[in-house]
Design a protein around this ligand. Structure first.
Ligand code: PMP
Length: 303
């Protein structure tokens, strides 16, 4: 089934959406993206886009930082995204990739005096981390301080930091790397937020720990508090806690909720999926597939 892309004001076949080699964003990383999932619910015969407006609000915030002036509100961007998904017609899980970028064919390091453009395409996409017993390693690469570059801004250029981490982890035989914040506290994975379970409580690095303020992170926090009555601590997390926690899991739009079984060759719990992780994983998948009536407001139907 062909994919389509919203490109320069119209929806075109993906292979027709082409940019110039002189595009500013290609040279200086002056682009900003989102990762959004559409989740197919076979029983409903429906594709639900998860927390679409929240992703687009985050995108608009990032556009302010990068001075990307696109003539669309978060609602406009959401409508375009639904139109792209509908045009593709997929009846399976998909991934949507909106991108705002400095589109001028111009060289020179700057954010001013450049045109901006917006595109969005959809592709079928299954699992991102293909294991339920993820093995992590603390990365030699750190997340940037907010004054180096705000880590909650999904700038294309910033993702070289994440790519360094991911490749280091994979080439060393692990599934994912955990980056520390500049002050040495735990931050996050290369494309995921990190949670620990300690004595029945959920613990996760706070937004001031150089993390991306994840939408899946927020989803899990709400489900943990409201559905399981769990206490959730958002705070500074020591590296020591990675080795002594009872359970650990990663969250992200692409990675969903991925259980972690080992960190730096130290097994967590008995090495299987912990009981709290398992409950949250079930709730999370029910939520994104539109199976939790209380949370269907998070799910935008495509068809
Ligand atoms: N941290 C980083 C560095 C990421 O790239 C992502 C993926 N966007 C996340 C966390 C998870 O964010 P979300 O749940 O909003 O996808």
């Amino acid at each position: 089934m062909p994919s389509y892309c919203y490109f320069q004001g119209e929806i075109v076949p993906l292979e027709n959406a082409k940019i110039s080699v002189m595009t500013h964003a290609l040279h200086y990383g002056t682009g900003l993206f989102e990762g959004i999932r559409g989740n197919w619910n076979a029983a409903h015969g429906q594709l639900y886009i998860f927390r679409l407006q929240d992703h687009m609000r985050r995108m608009k915030d990032g556009c302010k930082v990068l001075r990307l002036d696109i003539p669309f509100s978060a609602d406009d961007l959401s409508r375009i995204t639904v139109d792209v998904a509908k045009k593709c017609g997929f009846k399976e899980d998909i991934y949507l990739r909106p991108l705002a970028y400095k589109s001028s064919e111009a060289l020179g390091v700057r954010l001013h005096d450049l045109k901006s453009d917006f595109l969005c395409f959809a592709i079928p996409w299954g699992r991102y981390i293909d294991t339920d017993s993820c093995r992590l390693a603390v990365s030699t690469w750190r997340r940037p301080d907010d004054n180096v570059f705000p880590p909650s801004v999904k700038a294309t250029g910033l993702y070289i930091n994440n790519a360094l981490t991911k490749t280091e982890a994979i080439e060393n035989g692990f599934d994912e790397g955990v980056m520390l914040a500049p002050d040495g506290h735990v931050a996050e994975g290369s494309g995921e937020n990190l949670f620990l379970v300690e004595k029945g409580k959920l613990v996760t690095p706070a937004t001031y720990s150089s993390i991306l303020n994840g939408i899946t992170r927020d989803t899990v926090i709400q489900l943990a508090k409201n559905e399981l009555g769990l206490e959730v601590e958002e705070r500074l997390v020591d590296r020591y806690e990675l080795y002594t926690a009872d359970e650990c899991f990663l969250t992200g739009t692409a990675a969903h909720l991925t259980p972690v079984c080992e960190i730096d060759r130290r097994k967590l719990g008995d090495g299987g999926i912990g009981p709290i992780t398992a409950k949250l994983k079930d709730l999370y998948f029910d939520a994104i597939k539109g199976n939790l009536p209380k949370y269907t407001g998070w799910c935008t139907p495509v068809y």
